[in-house]
Design a protein around this ligand. Structure first.
Ligand SMILES: *[C@@H]1O[C@H](CO)[C@@H](O)[C@H](O)[C@H]1NC(C)=O
Ligand SMILES: *[C@@H]1O[C@H](CO)[C@@H](O)[C@H](O)[C@H]1NC(C)=O
Ligand SMILES: *[C@@H]1O[C@H](CO)[C@@H](O)[C@H](O)[C@H]1NC(C)=O
Ligand SMILES: *[C@@H]1O[C@H](CO)[C@@H](O)[C@H](O)[C@H]1NC(C)=O
Ligand SMILES: *[C@@H]1O[C@H](CO)[C@@H](O)[C@H](O)[C@H]1NC(C)=O
Length: 497
């Protein structure tokens, strides 16, 4: 009996430690790129997550736009399976179809497994608007809900606090998210594991820094890679629309946007340091996976575009992804190809929770010597809006198909209904290719395509579709059409089998 007791005394704490499930904290920024050095302002992220964990250098999103990409991250599904195709209600962005599927958001599985779950900040762009049921709705899966109504802004917004809409006029949203997060962490009891998603607006338009950070990067100008502000004639017609290159007079505005984005990120970086500190204070830092990522990338001036996302190039589809947590290596750079749909299955696996059907696959967090070959799918449905072309712009002939053409930017259009494309991003050891097909066939009876060899042409200057062997193009085309119909982890990982 005495033996048994002593054994219990010594063994019990060890068992309870091992049984304690890990916590998860995801920081999801809005439009943060890696290609234009978008991580430069994130010194705390680098110090507390990057140098303590793994930085994924080939991390991509399933769609270069907020709502479809967020729906993918939340469900682990490709766009053709969750069907949130654009940022409008009619395109599935918090529309009625999405709400029927919302129980597939991975937070539900964690909650069912005993996790307490917390969300603060931007969710899907149309969450909380009238046509989507209003801000009284608390999406399923969240025990503690602080969802922003509508799209990213920095001031003057409505936040749904557990279904109670609260209008805040002059409190900087990132700081509000930080304060809620700290308070939530301080309230945690030791016994229950938790999931937190922190979704600040930065660095999304209107790029508003916190007052304390204004002017921090006042001398910074846009990154000018070889594809900056060049007319490139082998690309889809939208990219070739005039003016290309952009006139010199526009460049100061691009610089202004560039530095404002960086300044708006400084409050996010402070938030990360404070969250890490709070986790440490409650003794949970070593039992927590911290994941830092963004919903899509961004371009400023690439191929003479103004500033936006919605294009198939690396600037727009590549995102930061950094993970630290129990058992992971420190200060590691990992080139394995990964997608935003991999995060939900990765988290469920780390939590020891049964998988629900997803298209992504759990990331192998052991560092490997060789890159494992992978074909990843990117889907984008071009947006167009009747009457969205400013009347001062000269594009009268097809204005219903175009979008975001403003006189302030020389009427350079950012999107069009037929800027609809699907890309295959093919990465292996010493191989890095991208094959994209545009949906322009209704007029031309053939699809316009772009093919890049990124191992030789990292800035996507040369569309080699005319030069590549026909057999390779046929293979890519075949693979792409299979991936566009894939369903489930195994099938999406190997649709040709
Ligand atoms: C933490 O607990 C306090 C006291 O009960 C409460 O007022 C506060 O709202 C809680 N914080 C969060 C984020 O739930
Ligand atoms: C920014 O530029 C101004 C004028 O060119 C210069 O005086 C100042 O020292 C620069 N500031 C920084 C932080 O580099
Ligand atoms: C992390 O690795 C980089 C490059 O490998 C190195 O320069 C840096 O000093 C390391 N940082 C830490 C905190 O070990
Ligand atoms: C979004 O998608 C829906 C459904 O395909 C479409 O009706 C709507 O026009 C799209 N929205 C925009 C702004 O293009
Ligand atoms: C695509 O849009 C362009 C410009 O608006 C137009 O000329 C072309 O007819 C459109 N093609 C299709 C298939 O809609």
């Amino acid at each position: 009996m005495l033996h048994y007791l002593i054994l219990l005394l010594f063994v019990a704490p060890v068992f309870s430690d091992a049984d304690k499930k890990p916590n998860f904290v995801i920081v999801l920024t809005d439009d943060q790129d890696v290609v234009m050095d978008g991580m430069t302002p994130m010194k705390n992220v680098e110090r507390f997550i990057g140098s303590e964990g793994i930085t994924f250098t080939n991390s991509y999103v399933t769609s270069p736009i907020c709502c479809p990409s967020r729906a993918s991250l939340l469900t682990g599904l490709y766009v053709h399976n969750h069907m949130t195709k654009n940022n409008s209600l009619s395109g599935g962005c918090y529309g009625s179809d999405w709400r029927l599927k919302e129980h597939r958001v991975f937070a539900n599985a964690l909650q069912n497994a005993g996790y307490d779950t917390f969300y603060a900040g931007k969710y899907l762009n149309q969450y909380g608007v009238k046509g989507a049921g209003g801000p009284d709705i608390v999406p399923p899966g969240w025990s503690e809900w602080h969802g922003l109504v509508g799209n990213s802004v920095y001031y003057n917004y409505v936040m749904s606090n557990n279904g109670v809409p609260t209008h805040l006029t002059d409190r900087y949203l990132t700081d509000v998210i930080r304060d809620l997060s700290i308070s939530y962490i301080e309230n945690q009891t030791e016994s229950q594991p938790f999931l937190m998603v922190l979704a600040p607006p930065a660095p999304h338009q209107p790029f508003t820094p916190a007052p304390r950070h204004k002017g921090f990067y006042k001398n910074t100008t846009t990154v000018k890679h070889p594809n900056f502000n060049i007319a490139d004639n082998d690309k889809h017609w939208l990219i070739k629309m005039p003016p290309a290159p952009l006139p010199e007079s526009l460049l100061p505005e691009l610089d202004h946007v560039f530095r404002s984005r960086w300044e708006s990120l400084l409050a996010v970086d402070e938030m990360v340091a404070d969250v890490v500190g709070a986790l440490e204070d409650i003794g949970q830092l070593d039992n927590t996976y911290l994941i830092y990522t963004s919903d899509n990338g961004y371009h400023i001036g690439q191929f003479a575009q103004v500033y936006d996302k919605r294009q198939p190039y690396e600037s727009d589809i590549k995102v930061p992804l950094i993970i630290r947590g129990p058992g992971l290596g420190k200060n590691i750079s990992d080139p394995q190809p990964v997608l935003n749909i991999d995060l939900a299955p990765t988290i469920l696996k780390l939590a020891g929770v049964d998988a629900i059907e997803m298209d992504g696959k759990a990331i192998d967090l052991d560092v490997k010597q060789v890159i494992e070959e992978r074909y990843m799918l990117v889907e984008y449905y071009g947006e167009g809006r009747d009457g969205s072309v400013d009347p001062k712009c000269p594009w009268k002939y097809d204005s219903d198909n175009l979008a975001q053409c403003y006189p302030a930017y020389e009427c350079k259009c950012q999107d069009a209904r037929n800027n609809t494309f699907a890309c295959l991003r093919h990465i292996a050891q010493r191989l890095s290719m991208k094959y994209c097909v545009f949906d322009d066939h209704k007029i031309w009876f053939q699809n316009f395509a772009e093919l890049y060899d990124l191992s030789e042409d990292p800035y996507e200057l040369n569309n080699i579709i005319e030069e590549e062997f026909q057999a390779i193009i046929v293979w890519y085309n075949n693979y792409l059409s299979k991936l566009l119909k894939c369903k489930g982890t195994a099938n999406c990982d190997n649709p040709m089998s």
